[in-house]
Design a protein around this ligand. Structure first.
Ligand code: SAH
Length: 216
């Protein structure tokens, strides 16, 4: 895999575009500028990697639009060493970005083919601390809870209760909620049984599906 000056130039332009669209978190913008997004798309689609667009990655799934990744990552307020749970590994790009920000990342995917591909790519890139799991993300990873942050990168019909329970007190969850259009929620856990729920902008994600189904 090659990262050329041309790729770097395209990333710089993408970051300028994200800035114009209102992303202002410098650590997130720096990480986007540093991480080759074209590594996460098939070689034939390299040119698409630096457009601010979602893109198909197979199995009817998409790598999220850079703006959406930047928006969700900014809301998470990532600190070095944060323990972060991601639901929906997909291409692995979001997980890689969180690792570049110094987080310890646990990411779950329900599609076996995507899981295998992302796992191989992420270990090849050696970006740091990322563990991949083939599971149903609705249930989270109770054996590794609590998490400082939880990020859901598929549209959830409702906020899964297990994910609320696995959030550390003081922790933040960023999750798009809704059926056709999703409203971004930032949920902060204030105490054992109190949560603050902020409703933010609307997005369109592929759906969070129930259960593991290697055939779909
Ligand atoms: N974060 C990804 C994009 C995710 S697209 C990236 O950076 O490329 C949403 C992903 O969520 C898809 O890969 C889909 O298969 C996965 N998904 C949907 N429902 C899920 C569930 N219940 N558990 C885990 N993953 C799920």
């Amino acid at each position: 895999m090659k990262d050329t000056y041309r790729h770097k130039g395209m990333r710089k332009k993408l970051v300028e575009e994200l800035r114009r669209k209102g992303i202002s978190d410098e650590s997130v913008l720096n990480a986007i500028e540093a991480l080759p997004r074209h590594f996460f798309l098939d070689k034939a689609f390299e040119e698409w990697a630096y457009k601010d667009k979602p893109f198909p990655i197979g199995k009817e799934q998409t790598i999220s639009q850079p703006y959406t990744v930047a928006y969700q990552t900014s809301l998470l307020d990532v600190k070095k060493r944060d323990k972060i749970l991601e639901i929906g590994t997909g291409s692995g790009y979001q997980a890689a970005l969180l690792a570049m920000l110094g987080a310890r990342v646990y990411t779950i995917e329900r599609q076996e083919a995507l899981y295998e591909k992302a796992k191989a790519l992420l270990s090849e890139l050696k970006l740091g601390n990322i563990r991949c799991y083939l599971r149903d993300g609705y249930k989270g990873l109770p054996e590794f809870a609590p998490f400082d942050k939880v990020i859901v990168t598929a549209g959830a019909p409702e906020v899964p209760q297990p994910l609320l329970e696995q959030l550390a007190i003081g922790g933040i969850m960023v999750i798009p909620v809704g059926e056709n259009v999703q409203r971004m929620h930032r949920i902060t856990r204030l105490s054992e049984d109190k949560y603050n729920d902020e409703l933010l902008a609307n997005f369109r994600f592929v759906p969070l599906l129930k259960g593991l189904n290697p055939n779909d």
